[in-house]
Design a protein around this ligand. Sequence first.
Ligand SMILES: NC(=O)c1ccc[n+]([C@@H]2O[C@H](COP(=O)([O-])OP(=O)(O)OC[C@H]3O[C@@H](n4cnc5c(N)ncnc54)[C@H](O)[C@@H]3O)[C@@H](O)[C@H]2O)c1
Length: 263
Amino acid sequence: MSLLEGKVGLVFGVANDRSYATHIARSIIELGGRCAFAHLPGEKNERRTRKAVEGLGVSDAWLAPCDASSDQDLEDIFARYTSTHQRLDFVIHSIAFADREWLQPGKFVDTPRSAYLSAIDISAYTLSAMAKLARPMMRDSGGGSILAMSYYGSEKVVPGYNVMGVAKAALECTARYLAADLGPDGIRVNTISGGPLKTLAASAVGGIDTMLDATPKFAPLRRNVEGADVGGTAAWLVSDLSRAVTGENIYVDCGVNIMGGAV
Ligand SMILES: NC(=O)c1ccc[n+]([C@@H]2O[C@H](COP(=O)([O-])OP(=O)(O)OC[C@H]3O[C@@H](n4cnc5c(N)ncnc54)[C@H](O)[C@@H]3O)[C@@H](O)[C@H]2O)c1
């Protein structure tokens, strides 16, 4: 029997074939799990997500729109999922947003209140909102695993990561508080701190190319991460092999976080 056979869940964050969420879904599917997918509202967004999902070999994918900054959209997608599925074993939160204007080295100090709040709202608060909506069905499924994507810029200053670093710190802390609240229901909540990967979201961060060039020079594993590296760890976190792991932030970054010096 495959590791994830019988497990089914909801994946947020597939924008295209390069998205971390796409790599995570691929690993889950390869190990026998099933995924339903959220996409940003709008025909173009739906088409993009559908194309990426078809690239995973899923032709009859369950897709539904969701702008995670809308409470109504979040309620609707969980209601739709609940009405069409028997169980909910995992939720993958692989979404983030910050206005790229403020993701430039030296610009953090100028971040306006609105940009600061929307970054935290979409990139961190939404994990809490999703967990609340997932809880009843996960509890009925005998427990579950909720997973969000973070980055080292939550802990150390990575020039250009700016307000997104603040949002990731909030995300990691949110995961810990959720883990404490939901643990008694058998629901685990963890974050993966992934290394830099060239995706749509990453291209908004000024300095991403410098990070990608520098990492192979000083990372203990002497390379950048690949999507499948994060996919594998995500699949483990979804699986029962990680059944006693909750509230953790797990680095999948070729060891960069253990090194002193520049990132
Ligand atoms: N790429 C990297 O270097 C890297 C490193 C560590 C962590 N991460 C994190 O991984 C996650 C996925 O990002 P990615 O790099 O795969 O980029 P991506 O652009 O492929 O994915 C970002 C996703 O966020 C979604 N999103 C943005 N605003 C949304 C909203 N209001 N409602 C619903 N969805 C919304 C987008 O539709 C997209 O699917 C993010 O949390 C990102 O911060 C990325």
